[in-house]
Every structure is written in C-alpha cells, then in structure tokens.
Design a binder for this molecule. Structure first.
Ligand code: SF4
Length: 435
C-alpha cells in the first residue's frame, strides 16, 4: 500500500492533460505531496503536476463551510430547479458515471465545455460515418501523414515524439522515412514535423477561412475529378494535384486534424470532406483519419454518455428518458436564453475553465485552485483524477482507456463521492415529499 506521506519516485504515470494520455512519465513526490515531473513530460504536463496541494475547504457564497453543508446546499439548488443543467463535465469515467446517475435522478441536461469543437466531429460521425484509426496503428504503420489546419503540438505536444518519430515499430518500418505534409493555416509551428535526419516537412499554407475550399479541391483530385481552376485559395492546383497523387501512392496515409483548431462556420463540412477523402483513398490503398486534440475529459464524457444513454453529451433527462439535441441542449445557448435555472459546473482538471457568466444559481465542483470573478453559490474543491485520486480516462482515439494513479493524499473528495451524496440527499427529499 502506498504511503503518501513519504517521498517517492513514481514511474509509468499517465498524464491526463491531453488526449494522448502519455503513460510513460516519471514523477517525484516529496513528503508534503508536492509533485515534480522528472522524465517524459511536456511543458504542459510539468506545469500540471507542479500545482501545489490546495486547501480543501468548501465554500457557500464565498464563506467556509463543511462538506456536508455544501452538499446540502448544492442538493437544494439542484432539487429546486425546474430546468437544471450540468455543464463543464471536466472529469474522468468514474466522475461521468456519477454525473449520468445524478442527471437521471434530477432530470438534468448535460453538456461538455468542449462541445463546440466536439460537434465538428460528432455531426460527421452521425451523418455519414468515418474511417478512423488508433494511435497504435499510426505508430506502427503510417508512411504519409497529412496534417490539416493545425500544428498538432499546440493540442497534443508529444504527438510527433511518441507516434511519428518513434524508433521501433511492430513491422520494422524505418520511421525516419515518414513523410509529413501540413495543409492549411499560416505560420504554424512545423518544427516537430522535421524528420530525425533533418528532412523538412512540406507546408502548404492557406488562410484558415479558405481551408474548406482547399480540402474540397483535394478531395476532388483524389477522386480524379477535373477542376477548372489554376489555384484554390492561393494554393496552385498543381500542388494539390501532386498531394493527391502522393496520397494515392502511399501505402498507409493518415489524415489528421484537431476539431478545436477548425473555428470556421460549419466546420463539420470540412471534416466531412476529410472523412470522404479517406474513404475514397481506401478504394485503391490504405488510409485512415485521426481526429486529434482532447482535453478536460471530453472523450471520456462522450464515451460514458454514449454507453449509458445511447447519445453523446448535449443530452437531457428532462423528459425522464435520454433525449439528444446538439442545438437545444447547448449549455451556452441555454444559459444565454435564461432557460436553465440552475447550473452545476464541473472542472476537475483545469482551474482556468470557470463557469460562463449567468444569473442562474451556480454550484461548482472543481479543481481546488479555481478563482472566480463572481463567487458561485456553492464551491466544492474536488480531487483531480491522476493526481489526488485514481481514475480512468479514454484516449483521443476512443478505443483505449487507461488507469490514472493517485499520486498524493490531498484530502480532496472524488467528484463521484460528492455527486453520490447529492443524489442520495435528493432521493431522501423526494421520498419525504411523497410521504
Ligand atoms: S503530450 Fe499530452 S498527455 Fe502527453 S505529457 Fe504532454 S500534455 Fe500530457
């Protein structure tokens, strides 16, 4: 059994900071519970694990309260609401399971803080499907990587280190020969796409708002369609034709994007072009899509929501059955229109992801360092999975879930414990009302 009051070096630590869930970090703990990344952490991971142990005292309207008092007050706010909303959803699998249970008990609507980006992908999966792959498959097989509209490293800092320039593969591929092409955007950091032998990636720039045209033209060239144009959004047609030929000639190309970077109107149509391009390539060779990004448990929240309710987040139990509507159940829209009359905001990983401004009574269960412009009605600091408590998270490729270790004893309650206590309290109050 771990003795958390003793200094220790913990190996094979999984980092929950982005969708890659790198599981090779070495973290040192001192006797006060302060953590320091010693090996394999990117700058984001180093800053994440270095956060000091924070005070675990809940607050009601900014004043210190016991955990039980805060739970009672939060249960009252949620129980009294006619249209309660649970948003943020920055948690892991265990936390999200408890969220789903509470949502069903209290007829609540759910939305994740990253949903605007998530739905650029989700709408495509729903509408036409796609042919995507896993990080493991990429690591072992890719020969041509097409990166669309992102530098990748700003969302998944160790992507190239772990998945592209890895030294070993299952089939003895010479990974240094892999080809990288960046398409779209301007002035991206393409330095991590430089091969170990110094070979530079190809960079085809265009303004982000013209990316849909460029991707559409590339798809047309892959399909062998004629295009009466010398250039598309400033990119010579011949350049895109050449890229189409390289994709058709590759043995296993990967087309990757990060939905968060596609801040375009109807970006799902661009993602749909990419998905269709991959499907077209598979008529004669092998290709797969790889949506990247992922943070604050968005992939885990969606997985849990899907297996329990049959729908992704932006669903609701208001009608006492799971009900899904990506427009109607947007937290942003519900709060702006004054439809939600109580908000429970969850952010267990990121202190900076605070609730949106609202006049609705607000309860926050969040990372202990959170600071607010407007103090919520109830704040309960909760454990961060992978630091203060154990947990489980899904990787960005959706098929692999990884365990998260508890690294220190911070006295913070796990989100699931707090939610179960609220559910119990609501159940008692509903039972008393019936009697
Ligand atoms: S790349 Fe992502 S998962 Fe890996 S160490 Fe950095 S932040 Fe953590």
């Amino acid at each position: 059994m771990d003795n958390f009051s003793q200094a220790a070096t913990v190996v094979s630590v999984t980092c929950p900071c982005c969708g890659l869930l790198c599981d090779d970090l070495t973290v040192q703990r001192d006797s006060a519970g302060q953590l320091t990344v010693k090996e394999n952490g990117c700058a984001r991971a180093v800053a994440f694990f270095a956060r000091a142990v924070a005070a675990s005292e809940p607050r009601i309207a900014g004043k210190p309260a016991t955990l039980q008092e805060a739970i009672t007050k939060a249960a009252r706010i949620l129980g009294d609401a006619k249209q309660p909303l649970i948003a943020g959803l920055g948690t892991d699998v265990d936390g999200m399971r408890a969220v789903m249970n509470l949502a069903e008990t209290n007829r609540t609507t759910l939305d994740h803080m990253n949903s605007n980006a998530l739905f650029r992908n989700m709408l495509v999966l729903q509408n036409s499907g796609w042919f995507n792959t896993t990080l493991t498959e990429v690591r072992n097989r890719v020969d041509l990587l097409l990166v669309v509209g992102t530098d990748v490293v700003s969302v998944n800092p160790r992507f190239f280190e772990r998945e592209i320039w890895n030294k070993e593969t299952l089939y003895n591929q010479d990974t240094a020969k892999r080809e990288i092409v960046y398409l779209g955007g301007r002035g991206l950091d393409t330095s991590t796409g430089i091969a170990p032998d110094g070979r530079k990636p190809d960079v085809i720039e265009c303004d982000m708002d013209r990316l849909p045209e460029v991707v559409g033209a590339l798809r047309a060239f892959v399909l062998g369609k004629p295009l009466i144009a010398n250039e598309i959004a400033g990119v010579p047609a011949a350049t895109l034709q050449n890229l189409a030929q390289r994709l058709l000639a590759a043995k296993y190309s990967i087309v990757t994007w990060a939905a968060g970077a596609l801040a375009l109107p109807h970006a799902e149509l661009t993602v749909q072009h990419l998905a269709a391009l991959v499907i077209a390539l598979n008529k004669t060779t092998r290709s797969a899509g790889l949506p990247l990004g992922g943070s604050d448990g968005d992939t885990s929240a969606n997985q849990v929501s899907a297996w329990i309710s049959g729908y992704p987040v932006r669903n609701s139990y208001m009608r006492n059955i799971p009900d899904y509507d990506p427009w109607l159940y947007s937290a942003e829209r519900q709060l702006q229109n004054g439809e939600a009359d109580a908000l429970l905001w969850i952010s267990s990983f990121s202190p900076e992801r605070v609730p949106p401004a609202t006049d609705a009574p607000t309860v926050v269960f969040g990372e202990a360092h959170m600071k607010f412009d407007k103090e919520p009605d109830v704040f309960i600091p909760v454990a961060t999975p992978g630091v203060d408590c154990k947990g489980t998270m899904f990787r960005i490729d959706n098929v692999v879930s990884l365990p998260l270790q508890k690294l220190r004893d911070s006295k913070l309650p796990a989100l699931a414990e707090v939610l179960r206590a609220i559910e119990q309290q609501l159940g008692q109050e509903q039972g008393a009302a019936i009697c």
